[in-house]
Design a protein around this ligand. Structure first.
Ligand SMILES: C[S@@+](CC[C@H](N)C(=O)[O-])C[C@H]1O[C@@H](n2cnc3c(N)ncnc32)[C@H](O)[C@@H]1O
Length: 182
């Protein structure tokens, strides 16, 4: 489990507005290229990319939040526990890989490997310091300073990176990156 959410709490499966960071760099994902929304929850980012004409792969251990999309030809839904052995997306590559509000350190290299040549990794989640404001507060689920930069070093070119305090949608310490494979 990577976010300290209760199994009874379905809020993460309700699609909300896409993150400003993801919106900002979405136009750099190669046109019509497939986008993976990893740990998608309600699929707010995958839905945003669908609206931009990208086919989307949604992955989560609980795919109930994207069940309404399952008949679409441009949608693939992968129901899998990403933290168990056996990476379900082995051998796959996508023009866009989007991960938000989710961290499981051992699979960071998998996320990077999932990015196709010319494609983008857009990653945003909570960072150390967030414990002052609420959850997640377990350091296991909080990025260390520069950790996303380290994750892509030598593999992807960094277009933008930042760690900061945000007030939207609530006060939190977040880290985000946009990085491209040559
Ligand atoms: C806080 S929600 C974020 C949802 C979405 N990325 C967003 O930002 O709106 C975290 C998501 O990670 C998923 N998740 C947690 N642990 C997981 C695991 N081991 N395998 C797959 N998905 C997992 C949860 O089911 C949940 O949908």
């Amino acid at each position: 489990m990577s976010m300290e959410t209760s199994k009874k709490d379905a809020s993460h499966r309700t699609p909300g507005d896409p993150s400003p960071w993801i919106r900002r760099f979405a136009g750099l994902v190669p046109a019509a290229g497939a986008v993976a929304d990893i740990a998608c929850g309600g699929g707010r980012h995958g839905r945003f990319f669908l609206a931009q004409g990208h086919p989307v792969l949604f992955a989560d251990r609980d795919v109930s939040g994207v069940a309404d999309l399952k008949e679409r030809q441009d949608v693939e839904i992968v129901e899998a526990d990403l933290e168990q052995s056996g990476w379900p997306l082995a051998g796959r590559q996508c023009a866009g890989v989007v991960v938000t509000n989710y961290l499981w350190r051992p699979i960071l290299p998998r996320m990077v490997a999932l990015v196709a040549p010319g494609g983008l990794l857009l990653y945003e989640t909570f960072a150390l310091g967030n414990e002052a404001f609420g959850r997640p507060s377990n350091p296991e689920f909080l990025l260390r300073p520069g950790e996303l930069l380290e994750a892509v070093r030598g593999r992807l070119d960094v277009l933008a990176y930042e760690q900061r305090v945000t007030d939207e949608p609530k006060r939190a310490v977040i880290q985000h990156i946009a990085a491209r494979r040559r």
